[in-house]
Design a protein around this ligand. Structure first.
Ligand code: OSB
Ligand code: MG
Length: 385
């Protein structure tokens, strides 16, 4: 199966005739969130949406760079990604026609790190390819599902009542899994309250590296709540302490920040650092790496799910395509557009059905129209390379 995935991707993502990229465009947009989103590392109220456009023969492919303004989730920022794309990645994609995804990703892999910047370029290229080939992004990457199960990530709130109200509301909307952001002081009591009110739901927590291995006894208290997983409790780049923790705690650990590529995923599984992996296309450098991690995990029977980074509709549409792969068996952090934005830059916006699923578009390209007027309205900076 894993080989089948790789082969189907390679065949579809190779072009009969190489594609010449004529221009790269970077757009920085400001999009206010419907409510502030708080994690253990900070609060976001306005999302800087970073779009990458690749132009070829009158066709535009769109990608999104998921970096934040500040290096809190990882070392990348909007500023670093902008300079890396302008000075290094854009010249490389313009320098010679691209034969396909493998060609692009091997060119980009010359440069160390800066995965989110690289992913923005890969995403735009894959969108372009799906339009040129007249197939859906999901088909292009080897997706097999017409609907994907989704969950919601709920930020740290002022008090438990505000959280319980949001949990109830999102369960009513159909979301199949609730993920609670936790940090010291907003953890055991909060999870206990949610679990008491909803004994049967799929419930998980995400600490975004807020704890250390010294908190073992504290974290073990989470074992009583039948959680689906504890996401990234320890350092953003750690594998060893997570392996130690996983061997002493019953609840499955899931790594997010620590998994920056397929080798890190391999090492995490070998060390026993987690039993579940969160795949974010941006964090791992693009589709090539995301698909490789998917294939590795599928071959080892390890569940994966698609994470989110408060994406606009463009990044969200790419996440939907990725999550349509067969190994994505757990609900993804792919909420409705309206969970974050009053108006999205795609049309129609992403909606979640009452059954807690999102439809995977079957038409060519993203499967959504990019609302260029609204993109223009939200744009604060443009770089054309
Ligand atoms: O750790 O998964 C995370 C948002 C920003 C940065 C990191 C994370 C998150 C989320 C939100 O949990 C997921 C989403 O986009 O809905
Ligand atoms: Mg996370």
């Amino acid at each position: 199966m894993a080989d089948g995935q790789i082969n189907s991707l390679n065949q579809l993502s190779v072009l009969n005739e190489p594609l010449r990229i004529e221009r790269v465009e970077i757009r920085l947009l400001k999009m206010p969130l419907v409510e502030p989103f708080e994690t253990s590392f900070g609060v976001t109220s306005v999302r800087t949406v970073f779009l990458v456009g690749l132009d070829s023969g009158g066709v535009r492919g769109w990608g999104e760079v998921v970096a934040s303004e500040m290096p809190l989730y990882s070392y990348e920022t909007v500023g670093t990604a902008r300079s890396i794309i302008k000075d290094h990645l854009a010249p490389l994609v313009i320098s010679a026609p691209l034969a396909g995804l493998a060609d692009l990703s091997s060119r980009l892999s010359r440069f160390k790190g800066h995965n989110m910047a690289k992913a923005g370029v890969e995403l735009a290229f894959m969108h372009l390819l799906s339009v040129v080939k007249g197939i859906s992004l999901s088909t292009l990457v080897g997706g097999t599902r017409a609907k994907i199960p989704v969950g919601v990530s709920l930020g740290i709130q002022r008090d438990i009542d505000s959280l319980l109200e949001r949990v109830d509301r999102h369960l009513d909307l159909g979301y199949q899994r609730i993920k609670l952001k936790i940090k010291p002081g907003w953890d055991i009591g909060v999870v206990a309250a949610v679990r008491r009110r909803h004994p049967g739901i799929l419930l998980s927590v995400d600490a975004n590296s807020a704890y250390s291995i010294g908190d073992l006894e504290h974290l073990k208290q989470l074992d009583q709540f039948n959680l689906l997983m504890i996401e990234q409790p320890l350092d953003h780049d750690d594998l060893l302490d997570h392996a130690d923790l996983q061997s002493r705690i019953e609840t499955a650990l899931c790594l997010d920040e620590s998994i920056t590529g397929v080798r890190r995923a391999e090492h995490a599984l070998r060390l026993g650092s987690c039993r579940i992996i969160n795949v974010k296309i941006g964090r791992v450098s693009g589709y090539t790496a995301a698909l490789a991690i998917h294939d590795l995990c599928q071959s080892r029977g390890v569940p994966v799910w698609c994470g989110g980074m408060l994406e606009s509709g463009i990044g969200r549409a790419h996440n939907i395509a990725l999550a349509s792969l067969p190994g994505f068996t757990l609900p993804g952090d792919i909420s409705a557009s309206s969970r974050y934005f009053a108006r999205d830059i795609i049309s129609p916006s992403v909606v979640v059905g009452k059954d807690g699923t999102v439809d995977v578009p079957s038409g060519p390209g993203l499967g959504f129209e990019v609302d260029l007027d609204y993109v223009e309205e939200c744009t604060e900076h443009i770089d054309r390379i």
